[in-house]
Design a protein. Structure first.
Length: 348
C-alpha cells in the first residue's frame, strides 16, 4: 500500500516569508485612508514614513520601540520556520537601533491538518531565537487558521537620541548592506523543488542570523539612517529611505552582494510574485540604466525575509560600521551612496 506523502509546510501556504506582504501600492492606499485622529507627542515615530517600528518616548532617556511581523512558512522544517520568523520580527527592533526586551507570539495554525508536535516545534524554534536575543516570549495569542502563520510582537528600548530611522539619510552618505540578496528567489525555488542543498543552507544561515549590529550602529553619530531590507526588496526600501529624507539614493549593481545560486535561478525565470508587485509600486521613482534586465529587476525587487540592514553613514564612519557588522558575523558591502536631489533611486 502506498504511503501518504508527508505534508510540506510550504505547500500549505499561498506565499512564503516576507513575500506574503501586501502589495506596496495597496498598503499605501490603506495607510493613507487610516490617518490616526489622536497622535500623542510622545509617539515620535509612527507609520508616516513607513519605518520599521513605532517609537514611544517614555522619558528623556528611554524610548519604547514596538513592532510586529508574522508570515506563512518559507521552509518545510518546523523548527527552522519558527527560527526564521522570530529572527525576522526582531530585525525591526535592531533596525531602529534598539535592544529587544521581550516578545509576544502570534500563532495561527490549521489544527486539524498539522500534528501537535509540528506546531510545538515551530514555537520552540521561535522561542530559541527570542531567548538568544535576550527577549523571551512572554505570552501571545493563537487561532485556528486556514494556513500556518507564525511571528512575534517585539518590544525594545533605545535612548531617544540614539534612535535610528529610515528617513534621516544625508547627501554624501555611503550605503552599506549587511546581508546578500536572493532569499525570495531561493524561497520560490524551494517551493518548486529546484533549490540545491547548498543554497538551502545559505538561505537558512542568512535568515536566522540576527541583525544585532543595529545596537552598535545606534551608538555611532555618523550613522544617519537605518532600515532592514525585507518584503519590498532593496529598491523598495531604498525608495522609502529616499522619500523620507528627500534625497536621491544611488545603487551600484556591480557592488551588490547576491547569492550566486539566486542569480542563476533568476536567470532561469525563478522568482516570486511579490517581486513584480514591488516593481510596479516604485518604478516611477527608479531610474535604471540602458542595460537593465529582467534579472536585475527580479533581484533588486526580490522580497527578502529576515534581510540585511541597510545603513546610510558618513564616509568617515565607514570603517566603524564595517567593524560592527563583521563582529556579529555579517558580511557588509558598500552598495551605493546618497546624493542631494528629489525622491529617487538611481541604479547604475
Amino acid at each position: 500500500m502506498a504511503q501518504n506523502k508527508p505534508i510540506r509546510l510550504t505547500e500549505m501556504a499561498h506565499g512564503g516569508g516576507c513575500g506574503c506582504k501586501l502589495d506596496p501600492a495597496v498598503l499605501g492606499s490603506l495607510l493613507g485612508s487610516n490617518t490616526p485622529a489622536i497622535m500623542p507627542k510622545e509617539l515620535i515615530v509612527d507609520a508616516a514614513t513607513r519605518d520599521d517600528a513605532a517609537v514611544y518616548r517614555i522619558n528623556a532617556d528611554t524610548a519604547l520601540v514596538a513592532t510586529t511581523d508574522f508570515f506563512t512558512p518559507i521552509v518545510d522544517d518546523a523548527y527552522t520556520f519558527g527560527q526564521i520568523a522570530a529572527t525576522n520580527a526582531l530585525s525591526d527592533i535592531y533596525a531602529m537601533g534598539a535592544t529587544p526586551i521581550f516578545c509576544l507570539a502570534i500563532v495561527g495554525m490549521p489544527v486539524n491538518a498539522l500534528e501537535t508536535e509540528t506546531i510545538r516545534e515551530i514555537l520552540a524554534g521561535g522561542r530559541s531565537v527570542a531567548e538568544a536575543a535576550g527577549a523571551p516570549v512572554a505570552g501571545g495569542h493563537s487561532i485556528d487558521a486556514a494556513e500556518p502563520i507564525y511571528g512575534l510582537v517585539a518590544l525594545g528600548l533605545v535612548h531617544p537620541d540614539k534612535l535610528k530611522t529610515n528617513a534621516s539619510a544625508k547627501p554624501g552618505d555611503v550605503l552599506v548592506l549587511g546581508k546578500p540578496l536572493g532569499i525570495g528567489v531561493y524561497s520560490a525555488a524551494l517551493k518548486q523543488e529546484k533549490l540545491s542543498e547548498q543554497a538551502y543552507l545559505e538561505m537558512v544561515a542568512s535568515t536566522t542570523r540576527l541583525n544585532t549590529p543595529g545596537v552598535a550602529l545606534s551608538e555611532m553619530k555618523g550613522v544617519h539612517a537605518l532600515t532592514d531590507v525585507t518584503g519590498f526588496g532593496l529598491l523598495g526600501h531604498a525608495s522609502e529611505m529616499a522619500l523620507g529624507a528627500g534625497v536621491t539614493v544611488q545603487i551600484d549593481r556591480s557592488k551588490l552582494p547576491i547569492f550566486a545560486s539566486a542569480r542563476l535561478l533568476a536567470a532561469e525565470g525563478v522568482k516570486t510574485g511579490a517581486s513584480g508587485r514591488n516593481w510596479a509600486a516604485i518604478h516611477t521613482h527608479v531610474k535604471t540604466p540602458d542595460d537593465w534586465t529582467d534579472v536585475d529587476q527580479t533581484l533588486l525587487c526580490d522580497p527578502q525575509t529576515s534581510g540585511g540592514l541597510l545603513t546610510a553613514c558618513a564616509p568617515e564612519s565607514l570603517d566603524d560600521v564595517r567593524a560592527a557588522f563583521l563582529a556579529a558575523g555579517h558580511s557588509p558591502a558598500v552598495v551605493g551612496h546618497v546624493e542631494a536631489g528629489e525622491h529617487q533611486v538611481r541604479v547604475v
